[in-house]
Each structure stands twice: as structure tokens, then as C-alpha cells.
Design a protein around this ligand. Structure first.
Ligand SMILES: Cc1ncc(COP(=O)(O)O)c(C=O)c1O
Ligand SMILES: N[C@@H](CCOP(=O)(O)O)C(=O)O
Length: 468
């Protein structure tokens, strides 16, 4: 499989090159030249596989520069029940009522769905850097969950150093403690005076400075990196198999969304032929994506219009991965994608809007603080299940958008323990904490507060890496 930039520039590349490269040199995101098509016989065979075997099969379609036996070993080592909360299914389905399910994606080490891809990414980085005898300095941006998942996946890995930017004061106390309590020498936390989008802009600006990127060997763990999305495609297949008995059935997914990485993986699964009826995008009050799916107009917002909400990991107004979907919608017209994503906003034609809903089967909805609290309460009372604020946003929208006769799977993107304040407000109770995490907020913290300034981040990296 070869990969191309959404903006059409540069040569086609192989998987391991784009794994280490992250952002394409023309500022675009990598996509495979085409989506492999899954026929009925293959889908039937995959239904019987374990999660690790399924991951191997799907990854093999996109990775032809890692020997099969090595890839099989990496997926088997990554997707073990011990790493994912002792659950052999890895992403078990929890049925709330007939036809309405939660797919558990948050049983990994940092209690959010980011572990699903990040654990594999850590193994892939170590493998490829070892093969090349190279090192990588990862520059990442987080609104709360990517950061801790990346740091837990990369700590102690040979050849990898992490610089993680987060919006100062905007993550939950638990999320801050998860990241800032790490004392590993290869982990650096930078709290930026700004919002998540500012952090992501810095990551892209540093990556677009090609001289700096190459000399300092800068890579990325955000969903900028195609490997993140690829790993996420696997659980759409796993969720489909768990919710259905036959491959003639269809299901829909509702995905709590911010940077559009998770639902973009669902889009890829659907393009491969997975029988998905609808992909429902759920946003919080930062509803740029919902506005797009309702109106056909994409208008990212600035920091002043980006609200600090009680589902903080989705406080995003400039969804990076959205560019991948638009590249497909625009028929991979790189020049048009480039123009759209370097303009303040863009608008679809009527035919394209119809295609978003029809051919690509997207729908959307939004949720507010009051909706979130009500959904957490109702879910607990009606189904005996506590959900986190982001999953609650998904559930609220799923209940509005589900279609008769089509099972709906809501992706559970984090555990309630990460957002105790909102859970207390909704239920009056402390959410349960997995063993070993009591008192994490009181641990000593290692973090540098920094201005929203690309040059300041470059200087910090320079002070901490060997640039030779
Ligand atoms: C808990 C949680 N839910 C939902 C999202 C949104 O996912 P995405 O950015 O892939 O759209 C995030 C952040 O990515 C998250 O951390
Ligand atoms: N919500 C994310 C934001 C970064 O998204 P990513 O998928 O691009 O890594 C977070 O929790 O950090």
C-alpha cells in the first residue's frame, strides 16, 4: 500500500516512512491511495477471529513493509487482556437495551479510547526505530486524553522522547495528574497558555518547518499520524461482529467527536465495506462539526469562541482529521483540499451535501452541559451504568438519531473516573476509580507552563534534544 497527502504534494510513500514522518511535507495528512475492499467471504472469516488476529488482518492490508510474522507479534503483544482491563474481547459490547449498545474502548492503562491505538503506536515506533537505528522526538497536542495515553505508551521506550502540549488549566484534575505526575526523563509536559487548537497549531507549525523537523527528528502521536486511525479502524469491525449475528445485518455508530479522528476511522471502515448504516457525529457546545453536517458550511472558530465545557477533551473548534474525510468527498482533489483548509471557511455544493448524508451516511447532533448531566443520570437510573461526560454526549445524540431496526453502537470514549467533578454534579456520588489510582492528584507534578508561541516551543525542544 502507498500513501498520499490530502493536499496532493510530494511522492507516494510506504507505511513505515509515514509512521515516522507524521504530517506530510505539504502540510496535508496522509491517506492510503485506496481503501482495500472486504468481500463477504473475508468478513465471514474475520467474524471468528480474536481482537489481536483481527487487528493483524486489517493492518496487513495497509502495511506491506513490515514482515507478516513481525506484525503478527506486535499486534499479539499489544492487544492482550492484561493490558485492557482483563477483558479478553478487548472492546466488549455492553447492551443498554435491545438495539442500543455501548462499545467499551476505555479499559486500557489511561482509561480512555486513545489507548486502543496508542499502545500499538508505541510498539510500532520502537520496532521501526530499532530497525533503522534512529531516534524520534514526538511533539503532540492534547485536550486531555491523547497526552496521557501517549506518555504511558512511550515511557521507557528506546529511542523515543515526548513533548506534549496541553491547554493550561483546561483539563480535568485527574487528566492533569495522569500526565504531570510522570517523572520519566523522556517525557516533557508543556502547559500552553491557550486552547487545544493553539497547541495543535503549534504542532503543525513546527512540523511545517521542514528544516527543524528533519534536524530534530520530529514525529507525531496525534491522529495526524495515519497509524493512529488505522488502529482505530479495527474496533469498528469488532463492534459490528459483537452486535450482529450475520453479515447481512447493518449497524450504526455514534461517536463523541472533537478532532474527528475516531469517526474518521469509522468512515474508513465503511469505505472498506463494513455494513455501517450511519456514522453519527456527536459534539459538545463546541459544535463546528455539527454545524457542518447540518448546513454544509465548515467554519472553524478561534480561541475566544471555543468554550471550556464539562466534556473538555472535545473542546476543539478546528478538527484536524476532518481534512481526510473532505479529501475523499472532493475526490482526492489535492489543490481543492489545500484551498479549503487554508481558507477561513468553506461551503459544500448541494450535490456534495447530499453525498455527505447519502453516499457517506453521516449524521450529527450536539449536546450541552444540561444534556450531559441529564444523560448521565438517566443512564444510571435506567440502565444501571455510569458513563463519562463525553460518552454521555454520544448517548444523548444517539437516542435522537437512531433509526428503527438498526442497532446503534455508542463508542464509550473514557471512564467516569477521569471526570469526577461532573459525575458528582450529575449523580451526587464519587465515580469508582480503578485500583491503584487513588490519590493520584496529590502526586508531585512535573510540567512547564509556556506561552502560546511556536518559537518558545522550538526553543524548549532544542534545550532538551541532541540536534546532531
Ligand atoms: C474522551 C474523549 N472523547 C471524545 C474525543 C473526541 O475524539 P476525536 O478527537 O477522535 O474526534 C476525545 C478526544 O479526542 C476524547 O478524549
Ligand atoms: N481529544 C484529544 C485531542 C487530540 O486528538 P488526537 O486524536 O488528534 O490525538 C485528546 O484527548 O487529547
Amino acid at each position: 500500500m502507498k500513501y498520499v497527502s490530502t493536499r496532493g504534494g510530494g511522492p507516494q510513500k510506504r507505511f513505515c516512512d509515514i509512521l515516522l514522518e507524521g504530517l506530510a511535507d505539504d502540510g496535508g495528512l496522509y491517506l492510503p491511495t485506496h481503501y482495500p475492499q472486504i468481500d463477504a467471504a473475508t468478513l465471514a472469516r474475520w467474524r471468528t477471529l480474536s481482537y489481536a488476529e483481527l487487528a493483524f488482518e486489517i493492518l496487513s492490508l495497509y502495511i506491506d513493509d513490515i514482515p507478516a510474522e513481525d506484525l503478527r507479534r506486535l499486534t499479539a503483544q499489544t492487544y492482550r487482556a492484561e493490558v485492557f482491563g482483563g477483558r479478553p474481547e478487548i472492546t466488549p459490547l455492553h447492551t443498554l437495551e435491545p438495539g442500543l449498545h455501548l462499545q467499551e474502548l476505555s479499559n486500557g492503562p489511561t482509561l480512555a479510547f486513545k489507548d486502543m491505538a496508542m499502545q500499538l503506536l508505541g510498539a510500532l515506533f520502537e520496532y521501526e526505530l530499532g530497525r533503522r537505528g534512529e531516534a524520534l522526538n514526538i511533539l503532540g497536542a492534547t485536550s486531555g486524553d491523547t497526552g496521557s495515553a501517549a506518555e504511558y505508551a512511550m515511557r521507557g521506550r528506546a529511542g523515543v522522547r515526548v513533548f506534549m502540549l496541553s491547554p493550561h488549566g483546561r483539563m480535568s484534575a485527574f487528566q492533569q495528574a495522569q500526565m504531570f505526575s510522570l517523572q520519566d526523563a523522556n517525557i516533557h509536559n508543556l502547559a500552553v497558555r491557550g486552547v487545544f487548537d493553539d497547541c495543535q497549531d503549534i504542532v503543525k507549525a513546527v512540523s511545517n518547518d521542514l528544516g527543524f523537523k528533519k534536524s530534530r527528528r520530529i514525529g507525531t502521536v496525534n491522529s495526524i499520524n495515519w497509524a493512529r486511525l488505522l488502529a482505530q479502524v479495527v474496533y469498528y469491525f469488532a463492534g459490528y461482529f459483537a452486535a450482529t449475528k450475520s453479515n447481512d445485518e447493518r449497524v450504526s455508530f455514534t461517536v463523541p467527536s472533537g478532532n474527528f479522528g475516531n469517526v474518521c476511522a469509522g468512515h474508513v471502515a465503511r469505505q472498506m465495506g463494513l455494513p455501517i448504516a450511519q456514522l453519527v457525529v456527536a459534539t459538545n457546545e463546541n459544535d463546528v462539526l455539527d454545524e457542518f453536517f447540518r448546513t454544509g458550511r465548515y467554519a472553524p472558530r478561534g480561541a475566544a469562541q471555543t468554550h471550556a465545557t464539562s466534556s473538555p477533551s472535545m473542546d476543539i473548534s478546528k478538527a484536524s482529521n476532518f481534512e481526510r474525510f473532505i479529501a475523499d468527498l472532493f475526490g482526492r482533489d489535492g489543490a481543492r483540499v489545500q484551498s479549503a483548509f487554508t481558507s477561513p471557511s468553506f461551503e459544500l455544493s448541494a450535490a456534495e451535501r447530499a453525498s455527505v448524508e447519502g453516499r457517506y451516511a453521516f449524521a450529527s447532533g450536539r449536546s450541552s452541559h444540561a444534556d450531559r448531566l441529564a444523560t448521565i443520570r438517566t443512564c444510571q437510573q435506567r440502565y444501571g451504568r455510569l458513563v463519562d461526560p463525553h460518552t454521555a454526549d454520544g448517548l444523548k445524540v444517539a437516542l435522537e438519531r437512531r433509526q428503527a431496526g438498526v442497532p446503534m453502537i455508542v463508542l464509550e470514549t473514557a471512564l467516569p473516573a477521569k471526570f469526577a467533578e461532573t459525575l458528582r454534579e450529575a449523580t451526587g456520588q464519587e465515580p469508582p476509580r480503578p485500583a491503584g489510582l487513588d490519590g493520584i492528584e496529590a502526586l508531585p507534578k512535573r510540567v512547564t507552563v509556556i506561552d502560546n508561541d511556536v518559537q518558545a516551543v522550538r526553543a524548549f525542544i532544542d534545550a532538551h534534544v541532541d540536534a546532531r
